[in-house]
Design a protein around this ligand. Structure first.
Ligand code: ZN
Length: 141
């Protein structure tokens, strides 16, 4: 199974304040903003080499990010590994007794399938697997 680091998700209390650091102070460009209403989350993606930082702000009190912030405060929320065949990856992990949050992939952002591995099986890290089905827009490397 080949896996490539796709992005690192960071839970923030305030997206504008986080952008003041990551974009303005560090100088990282913002490639995309995304509003995922169903998840109660808005996000900004900042490319940093071959990997992106995803800044996540809660927009609803019951969103997973709001609950995370309540429990842990702001900080590293998840890492996302890109795989070629997410169904095969999940089957492989399941066969090894890995605890999965998503047993089957669900639709992610911009034409992707995603599934989360439980942090208890990933040594304390929430791991997201992602398979890109198609690219909506050409991306610079
Ligand atoms: Zn993410």
């Amino acid at each position: 199974m080949k896996a490539v680091l796709d992005h690192i998700g960071i839970a923030v209390r305030n997206l504008d304040e986080a952008l003041a650091f990551y974009r303005d102070a560090l100088g990282l460009p913002v490639e995309a903003h995304e509003d995922v209403e169903s998840q109660g989350v808005r996000a900004s993606f900042l490319p940093a080499g071959g990997v992106e930082l995803e800044l996540l702000e809660a927009t609803a009190p019951e969103s997973p990010i709001a609950r995370y912030l309540e429990k842990h405060g702001p900080g590293l929320h998840h890492i996302t590994l890109r795989v070629e065949d997410i169904a095969a990856a999940l089957a492989r992990l399941k066969a090894r007794g890995v605890r999965l949050i998503d047993e089957t992939p669900r639709n992610g952002a911009s034409g992707s399938l995603v599934a989360f591995v439980h942090p208890s099986s990933a040594h304390g890290v929430l791991v997201e697997l992602k398979q890109v089905l198609y690219t909506e827009k050409p991306r610079e490397a």
